[in-house]
Design a protein around this ligand. Structure first.
Ligand code: ADP
Ligand code: ZN
Length: 804
């Protein structure tokens, strides 16, 4: 009798342990740790992971495993072990940890098929398998499964790469197009309008929409915006006023491109000095964490590339993490250019099916390098020789849902396991990382000079209060405007950066000061121009823009704040001759749009690139000689102890976009707080000064890196309940932790209500608390019944990055 211990896909405290199941006779030889199965669980059938196979059980009457999803493990031994660690460290369920390691397609509905591998022939197969593949390369799993004794043969054939198991996911089979609607011509529209019956209100509404917005729009979006149905659109297509086209949506942006092969560059002395110790650890199979602190344009990426080259020569594998936002085609090109087909890319812009395809290449050892966002840290390599985290200070490396892990910690875990180096790279390292490098916990490798001694751009700070005093009410200071004009005349390009975070377009009544808020969350609604809608960014509540103030019935209700659209309009007014490309979430929603816009800018089809956070990083255009920052302090006032650090990082990154090539660059920073050290230090490219000032502050207010913090957030529809539970938790912690731990709270969270739930929090600051994890697990244990039965939610975030 063989028994499998299975972690089931039911995320609750009661089910967060392995359950015993009988392995069906057919599978006794084949079942392995790390395979997925379907098991009966209560009245349901659920997915599960085998975490162990044994001969004994304490359970009297065992249920049998219903079916197997894999014939070979999809989670290897290392990752299985890591899932325990992850669950423990982040207080998540084991099932959440396991699922975080697999691509989404493997969690969804799919059909399992077996195919003859590309390079194998029918004759290579054992006799009993051959008949299935005589007339076809693909066989449905169901057809094979029932044949006695065959699974071991399938398993063997899979491990010999003769056969492959493939999950045909929904994403694969889904039609890869969306329907978009656009007017045949504006003349037709206006003419057609007259022919419409007065009663055809819906059709008139659609025509009016297109007269105002003549561009193509996805049908679903149109219907949604106008709050209508397909019917009027169809009628107008039949009348010849509108036309429908199908647009491809799921397309691998990299698939059909050939990458120009690049060769290793001769390193500068500084680069060589950074590479040597890394290569040494690779050769000696040693774990070490390096912090590559190098100014923008100092050639960090070339160092990564050559370190990887050495790793590949040893027959080992490399993981490169890049923040989602800078995982641009430009970035991918640098790796594919050097290592060609050996590179897999894991990127959120890929469809679930495409991501799964890339992941499969890793599992089958067809690639040696993976370049990807946060979750690529779980790439199922088995012989890792280096892990690189570029822009290591980026907060997107912390996952904000369960498991709440930081990619840096996960990387160090795997680096220790594989005894290989972990490289953290940044021009503006996180304070925590730099402090560790100063203490010698990490090895510091500095690149202080830009390649070919290019000058750092000259940065000017413009005090926007003075602009206002001198009568300039425009969003462009006189200086920035003059500079933009100057670039236009010289035929050079500019980048304009608008920091949107904390600067969204809220709606306020100028008469009474009333701000329109979400009825479910304590946060103001954001104005969206399309369809004049107000939206809540926390719960996606939507309403239309009112014409009068709901409070005082005044008519002076307006939206405030500056969005990229508004800047674009303003540019059109003051610099009508300038061609502008706008990049923000709205213009890059469609797949491939990001790349298209950047390519157009690279081909000099526009003079100005205007955008949000997404243009702050990684861009490298030779003719950009001016960078303008419209509102440097937008992020300085968010309720987060990292506000200054984030401001400094962002300003430094943006400034780094100018003058990266032959032409020298200039930067203009507009701000209302020109004296703030995060602004002045960024203007002087002075990380050290910023670091010193900020460290003093952090020490005084007892924040990281001097203290660790853990944030506990409790939410409940009743305010007293939320406050009461938080109070009990705080009290419990006071009794469990040492007198050195500082326990703050309960206090209301910065956003006190989300989705009709009141939010309270308790913050723990500590230097060393060996009992902390145990105490936190005890809290979850104490409330587990209540959480599963009532509306109570308790979330625990170790080393949080979101303080709201
Ligand atoms: P960083 O990642 O530090 O911002 P990059 O790696 O992007 O810097 O390098 C900046 C530019 O310098 C790139 O265009 C790169 O190709 C070039 N470069 C890097 N190293 C060398 C070198 N040793 N010789 C010549 N050019 C180099
Ligand atoms: Zn809301």
């Amino acid at each position: 009798m063989k028994i499998a211990k299975v972690i089931v896909d039911v995320a609750s405290n009661q089910t967060d342990r392995p359950f015993d199941y009988l392995i069906p006779a057919l599978w006794t030889e084949t079942a392995r740790r790390g395979m997925r199965v379907i098991v009966p669980f209560g009245p349901r059938k659920v997915q599960g992971f085998i975490v162990d196979v044994t001969d004994t059980t304490d359970v009297g009457k065992l249920k049998e495993i219903e079916s197997f999803l894999d014939v070979t493990p999809v989670i290897n031994e290392e990752l299985l072990k890591m899932s325990y660690w992850l669950a423990d460290q982040t207080l998540c369920f084991r099932i959440s940890a396991l699922q975080a390691m697999l691509p989404a397609a493997m969690k969804s509905k799919y059909e399992k098929v077996i195919t003859l591998a590309d390079c194998s022939e029918l004759n290579d197969l054992p006799d009993n398998l051959r008949p299935f593949f005589k007339d076809q390369r693909i066989v449905k799993w169901k057809e094979i499964e029932q044949v006695k004794g065959i699974i071991t043969d399938v398993q063997r054939a899979v491990s010999l790469h003769l056969l492959e198991i493939i999950y045909v996911t929904k994403a694969h089979t889904k039609k890869k197009t969306i329907r978009t609607i656009e007017p045949v011509s504006t003349e037709k529209l206006t003419q057609g309008m007259q022919g419409l019956s007065k009663h055809a209100k819906k059709q008139i509404q659609v025509v009016e929409y297109f007269i105002e917005n003549p561009n193509a729009i996805p049908l679903a979006q149109l219907v949604n915006t106008l709050n209508t149905t397909d019917a009027p659109v169809k009628a107008l297509i039949e009348k010849g006023l509108l036309k429908e086209t199908s647009e491809e949506v799921y397309r691998d942006p990299f698939q059909n491109r050939t990458f120009k092969k690049t060769e290793r560059l001769d390193l500068t002395e500084q680069q060589q000095r950074a590479l040597n110790p890394i290569n040494e650890t690779v050769e000696n199979n040693k774990h070490e964490v390096f912090l590559v602190y190098g100014v923008t344009g100092s050639g960090k990426t070339e160092v990564y590339l050559q370190a990887i080259e050495a790793v590949l020569e040893q027959g080992k594998e490399a993981i490169v993490l890049v923040p989602e936002i800078s995982l641009t085609p430009m970035m991918v090109e640098r790796f594919k250019g050097r290592f060609g087909d050996q590179v897999a890319v894991l990127h959120s812009a890929l469809s679930a099916g495409e991501k799964y395809d890339e992941w499969r290449k890793i599992l089958r050892k067809e690639v040696k390098v993976v370049v990807g966002a946060r979750s690529a840290i779980f790439a199922p390599f088995e012989n890792i020789g280096i892990i690189i985290i570029d822009e290591e200070h980026e907060s997107s490396y912390k996952q904000e849902e369960n498991p709440r892990y930081h990619a840096r910690d996960a990387a160090i875990y795997r680096g220790e396991y594989h005894r290989c180096p972990v490289i953290l790279g940044s021009a503006t390292p996180a304070l925590e990382s730099f402090a560790r490098a100063q203490k010698g916990v990490y090895k510091l490798l500095s690149l202080t000079k830009r390649i070919q001694a290019r000058e750092m751009p000259k940065v000017e700070i413009i005090d926007m209060r003075e602009e206002l005093h001198s009568g300039n009410r425009s969003m462009f200071s006189t200086r920035l405007f003059d500079q933009l004009k100057d670039r236009l005349e010289r035929g050079e390009q500019s980048v304009l950066f608008l920091n949107r975070r904390g600067f969204s377009t809220f709606v306020i009544c100028r008469d009474c000061g009333f701000v329109i808020e979400c009825p479910h969350c304590d946060i103001s609604l954001t104005y969206h121009k399309r369809g004049h809608q107000l939206k809540c960014h926390y719960c996606s509540y939507e309403q239309s823009m009112p014409t009068v103030c709901p409070e005082c019935s005044g008519e002076h209700i307006r939206f405030f704040g500056t969005g990229t659209q508004k800047v674009e309009e303003e540019l059109a007014k003051v610099l009508p001759e300038a061609k502008v490309i706008r990049m923000d979430v709205d213009t890059t929603r469609k797949k491939g749009a990001h790349e298209k816009l950047l390519t157009a800018f690279g081909q000099k089809k526009a003079d100005i690139l205007l955008g949000t956070q997404m243009i702050a990083k990684g861009l490298d255009f030779p003719d950009v000689t001016l960078v303008g920052v419209l509102a440097a302090d937008a992020m300085l006032h968010i309720p987060d102890f990292r506000a200054s650090e984030k401001t400094f990082q962002l300003l430094t990154q943006v400034s780094g976009r100018a003058g990266r090539h032959k032409l020298p660059g200039e930067v203009v920073i507009q701000t209302y707080t020109p004296e703030h050290y995060s602004v002045t230090a960024a203007a002087q490219h002075d990380f050290d000064r910023f670091y010193e000032q900020e460290m003093l502050l952090r020490k005084r207010v007892q924040y990281p890196p001097y203290y660790y913090i853990t944030l506990i957030t409790v939410s409940h529809p009743e305010v007293t309940k939320a406050a009461g539970v938080t109070d009990k938790i705080a009290e419990f912690l006071r009794s469990q932790l040492s007198s050195q731990a500082i326990i703050l709270g309960p206090v209301t969270s910065a956003i006190a209500r989300v989705k009709d739930r009141y939010r309270y929090q308790c913050m723990i600051k500590y230097k060393s608390e060996p009992n902390l994890l145990e105490a936190l697990h005890a809290i979850m244990e104490r409330y587990k019944q209540e959480i599963s039965r009532s509306e109570l939610q308790v979330s625990i975030d170790l080393n949080p990055y979101m303080m709201m």
